[in-house]
Design a protein around this ligand. Structure first.
Ligand code: C2E
Ligand code: CA
Ligand code: CA
Length: 649
């Protein structure tokens, strides 16, 4: 059919179809995702124009929506980027490693930092959870597993677990792991991701000295004990006794700096492979691979040499005192970490009772000592609970006049099964545990009334001193003087009638602090006596500088002087020195008349010993002790006034 033969209607229909087709073709661009066009029609048909118009509206709206979407996508992208940058910054700054665990595949992806934290090569290849767990310390592994699965099962809000993990060198590091699950719309966990922070320095380092700490020692000991075959091993503990007071009065920062320099110097004296580990109370631990005393001596010699020299602290030269305890392990003998540590602790505790500088080795006999200690502690606690402290007194008598110069208060404890117990069984433990202070207060409550007892005054006069023993800890206690004055006031007696007895070991454990305390006590009018002089380690040098009034010469120096001429020489020299230094002298432990005579000849007339009286219970004093007659009435050939001359036998 030719065009000419078409009816109007047919022509219109064709036109409409052609135009609709054209509009459809134009719209095809939209199918390809292209919306930047307008639909147009050349037709005059209203319906077509309307259709084109409406399409253009739709396109417009699509374009606007796309623009909006793009804008928000851009914004989101830049926000994500910013966040990622920030997160990266934080992770770099905190040095955290990142991990991601894909729950379905079980694969673990670790960041480069995660691997480098442990010195492991960073392989892009994926690992499983088991590879991670295998690196974790056996004792911590179950904890880590539990906390991952608890969070996975929705029991916890997040994962937070700290554990030890082995690094590439085989050493342990402490890390803190935090993580969170991502869940789908049904709440099923799809993946878990988180960070791993190295906390080794915080957890295994001592913030004060910057050395490894006790937790590190624990790991080290565990490692030593699982080695197979196990080498011979020695755990050495070293304690500096007077550090705290050396730093007294020094600004904290300076003290910390000085301590760090000191421990660094100590560290340098050890073989490079032996770690110096800081424990509480200025104690240090080291592990050596030997069980031979000679080799240990050799290894410790440089450290001991360093500590035998004065070190400079805050511009001053000061002497450090130390003791050490050693627990040597036999390679064949099975032992636990706790037992090993316990042995070294016992050895050190025992060394602390000995002279400064001493070293003690653990042995079975220390176990026995420990059992006695625990019995002693029971005894002390029982006495404290039942008011079981008993005060005994022993007179100090002037042998030339018979006058009582003083009474020493000596402690006893009452035990329901054992009866009266002497100090040898409990004083050491009481001093070490600090229980001596409450015991001593009970003792003072009984002793102080002696100074205002009318019958006592009538019998022994009103001038004698009440001499009391003090432990190291009490001497260093800044409240001691005030407490003594307050107690005297409570009992209505002048505190100036008190005398304290301190030992050289007490004073030397921390001379600066001790001297300061003694100065204050003497300024307040209380006398100071140096007890047990001549027993064990005595320093004549110390004698000249110590703030004190009287030296009490120990029984050890007096015993057998009548039969041992050399001993007599030593004793006479000590007596002469004390006289020259203008100290009062009390000679303890005099049991025989012959000794008394020798001492009298030398002018040492103040005597405390069984020759006059054993220690007596307070309530038996007046009854059981009468002051002796003025001595040597019949021996006037040697009537020497006290301190006037010296006759060396
Ligand atoms: P110490 O201070 O040297 O006391 C003297 C000790 O020697 C007393 O022993 C005394 O009984 C004994 N003794 C005195 N004369 C003789 C003698 O002629 N021959 C012999 N063989 N021994 C004599 P005690 O009472 O057993 O005291 C032992 C130590 O216990 C005291 O030695 C003192 O270090 C300590 N102690 C006693 N009471 C206290 C106290 O209240 N506090 C403190 N911290 N220590 C105390
Ligand atoms: Ca004493
Ligand atoms: Ca003594």
């Amino acid at each position: 059919m030719s065009d000419a033969s078409l009816t109007d209607a047919e022509a219109r229909e064709r036109h409409l179809i052609a135009e609709i087709d054209s509009i459809s073709n134009q719209l095809c661009q939209a199918v390809d995702g292209q919306f930047e066009f307008h639909v147009h029609t050349d037709s005059d048909e209203i319906a077509l124009q309307k259709m084109a118009q409406l399409n253009n509206f739709v396109l417009d709206s699509v374009r606007r929506t796309i623009r909006d979407l793009k804008a928000s996508r851009d914004e989101l992208e830049s926000r994500v980027q910013e966040r990622t940058q920030r997160l990266n910054l934080v992770l770099t700054a905190t040095n955290d490693g990142v991990w991601e665990w894909d729950i379905d595949s079980g694969q673990l992806t670790l960041s480069q930092r995660w691997s480098s934290m442990l010195g492991l090569p960073h392989d892009e290849g994926r690992r499983g959870l088991d590879d991670w767990l295998a690196l974790i310390h056996e004792d911590d592994r179950a904890d880590v597993q539990r906390s991952l699965y608890q969070h996975l099962d929705g029991l916890t809000a997040s994962v937070t677990v700290e554990y030890r993990i082995r690094d590439a060198r085989g050493a342990w590091r402490m890390v803190l792991c935090r993580g969170l699950c991502q869940r789908n719309e049904r709440g099923v966990a799809i993946r878990m991701a988180g960070t791993q922070t190295d906390t080794t320095e915080q957890r295994l380092g001592d913030p004060m000295t910057l050395l490894p700490n006790g937790a590190y020692l624990e790991l080290l000991l565990q490692e030593c004990l699982v080695r197979s075959p196990r080498p011979p091993l020695a755990l050495v503990k070293f304690q500096l006794l007077n550090v705290a007071s050396l730093f007294d009065g020094i600004a904290v920062d300076d003290a910390v700096g000085a301590l760090r320099r000191l421990v660094q110097r100590m560290r340098q004296q050890l073989p490079p492979r032996v770690a110096l580990i800081a424990l509480p109370e200025h104690t240090f631990a080291m592990v050596f691979e030997t069980d031979e005393v000679a080799r240990l001596d050799e290894a410790l010699e440089p450290l001991e040499a360093l500590l035998s020299q004065p070190v400079e602290i805050d511009g001053q030269q000061v002497w450090l005192s130390h003791v050490s305890g050693v627990a040597v392990l036999d390679p064949a003998e099975p032992v636990s970490v706790d037992e090993w540590r316990h042995q070294s602790r016992l050895a050190l505790a025992n060394a602390r009772l000995s002279d400064v500088g001493s070293r003690r080795y653990y042995s079975e006999s220390l176990r026995q000592w420990e059992r006695q200690n625990s019995r002693a502690e029971q005894l002390i606690r029982g006495a404290l609970a039942t008011n079981g402290v008993r005060c005994f007194v022993q007179p100090i008598v002037d042998s030339s006049t018979g006058e009582v110069r003083g009474f020493e208060a000596l402690m006893r404890l009452y035990d329901p099964t054992e009866g009266i117990v002497a100090p040898a069984s409990f004083i050491e433990v009481a001093e070490r545990s600090g229980l001596i202070a409450p015991l001593w207060e009970m003792l003072m409550e009984q002793a102080l009334p002696l100074l205002r007892d009318d019958i006592v005054r009538e019998r022994f006069g009103g001038d004698f001193l009440l001499s009391v023993n003090l432990s190291t800890r009490q001497l260093m206690d800044p409240r001691l003087l005030d407490d003594m004055i307050a107690a005297s006031r409570r009992h209505g007696v002048p505190h100036t009638r008190l005398q304290i007895e301190v030992t050289e070991t007490s004073v030397l454990s921390d001379p600066i602090k001790a001297f300061h305390s003694l100065d204050r006590i003497r300024e307040a009018g209380i006398s100071v006596a140096l007890d047990d002089f001549g027993s064990g380690y005595s320093s004549l040098a110390q004698l000249t500088s110590m703030p004190m009034d009287t030296v009490k010469i120990d029984r050890e120096l007096v015993m057998n002087v009548t039969s041992l001429p050399r001993k007599r020489h030593v004793l006479s020299a000590v007596v002469a020195l004390c006289q020259r230094l203008d100290y009062g002298i009390v000679v303890e432990g005099v049991e025989e008349r012959e000794t008394l005579e020798i001492l009298h000849d030398w002018g040492a007339t103040d005597i405390q010993g069984y020759i006059y009286s054993r220690p007596l219970p307070l309530d038996r004093l007046v009854q059981d002790f009468r002051p002796p007659k003025p001595y040597l009435a019949g021996l006037s050939s040697v009537s020497l006034a006290r301190g006037t001359s010296l006759r060396v036998p």
